[in-house]
Design a protein around this ligand. Structure first.
Ligand SMILES: [Mn+2]
Length: 320
């Protein structure tokens, strides 16, 4: 038997969700104890095919930490994105599901925590040795860091692994890492030579990007904004903006890679002022999505001018 676990790609929470869910299936479904598990990352890209197209006919299919699909091949579903229901009619389809294997809760900070809570309540399955993985997924996915320095640190093992997953987490790397995440401690895995080797260049790129953001960044009203579109981006630094502009309530980053133009928007998790905008809703207006506190819009690579226009509209919207 084959099991396909389609998870949010290049995302620590997505990988951790896949690790926990696959171990849960092995340990609670006797027919799947010896099953072959396949892991497939799903990305929020412009013109991304509907997630149903990525499922495997004849396999047990799961989607974790990613959009819902009405595909008849979907067997298991867990997600915490408030923008999970994008296909017309998909929310109704989800609500009328009677399999008892499809779950969504937009109040959770991480899909990993959501899965572990649901399977404990419904199936009585626990994995105390994975508590570290669960708590770190929660911290990382919901940005529950003490401050912007901790959020940009590469010191904790989970932060090393998260950086490697976010930058190098293609399907072949995660086929190696996901099974290890479900059985090995974070410290042991982060010290693995393959992880150490991948992390070094990431750290160097991160430092270079921090410098670029320092030079490009400006604050208008309560928004720090960074137009990094003059050269392609080769890494991400989600929290450096708040290190540079600690009084900003929000940040906007315009960036591009060969594959897409991206407008990323976030609420400063350490802001002293309460959030006044639902970022997922704002992004949905432009075909993007995310969470109330962080979201993004991806555009085809030729649409930089549109990206700049959206950034300008966000600057105004977030300042009112
Ligand atoms: Mn997530």
């Amino acid at each position: 038997m084959d099991v396909l676990v389609a998870h949010h790609g290049y995302c620590f929470d997505g990988a951790a969700s896949a690790a926990i869910f696959s171990r849960f299936l092995r340990e609670t479904q006797p027919a799947l104890a010896e099953a072959r598990f396949h892991f497939r990352g799903l990305l929020y890209e412009p013109n991304a095919p509907p997630p149903g197209d990525k499922l495997m006919v004849g396999a047990i299919n799961a989607i974790l930490d990613y959009r819902y699909t009405q595909s008849p091949y979907l067997d298991w579903y867990f997600d915490h994105h408030v923008s999970a229901f994008q296909e017309p009619g998909s929310e109704l389809h989800f609500q009328s599901d009677r399999t008892g294997r499809k779950f969504h809760d937009g109040t959770y900070g991480s899909c990993t925590r959501f899965i572990i809570d649901v399977v404990r309540e419904r199936w009585g399955w626990t994995a105390p040795d994975l508590e570290d993985l669960v708590s770190w997924s929660d911290v990382i996915d919901a940005a529950r860091f003490r401050d912007a320095d901790e959020a940009s640190s590469f010191d904790p093992p989970a932060m090393k692994l998260a950086a490697v997953v976010q930058e190098q987490g293609d399907d072949s790397m995660l086929a190696w890492m996901i099974p290890k995440l479900s059985t090995t401690s974070l410290a042991e895995l982060a010290a693995h030579p393959d992880v150490v080797r991948r992390l070094e260049p990431i750290k160097a790129r991160h430092e270079a990007l921090s410098l670029r953001m320092e030079q490009a960044g400006e604050q208008r009203g309560s928004v720090a904004w960074f137009d990094l579109s003059e050269a392609p981006l080769d890494t991400v630094a989600k929290f450096v903006g708040y290190k540079l502009f600690p009084t900003a309530m929000y940040s906007i980053v315009l960036s591009r890679t060969p594959k897409r133009v991206k407008v990323s928007v976030g609420f400063n998790p350490w802001s002293r002022h309460p959030r006044r905008h639902d970022i997922a809703k704002l992004c949905e207006r432009y075909g993007g999505g995310g969470h109330p506190v962080v979201g993004a819009i991806s555009l085809p690579p030729g649409e930089l001018a549109k990206g700049k226009a959206i950034m300008e509209e966000f600057l105004q919207a977030l300042n009112t």
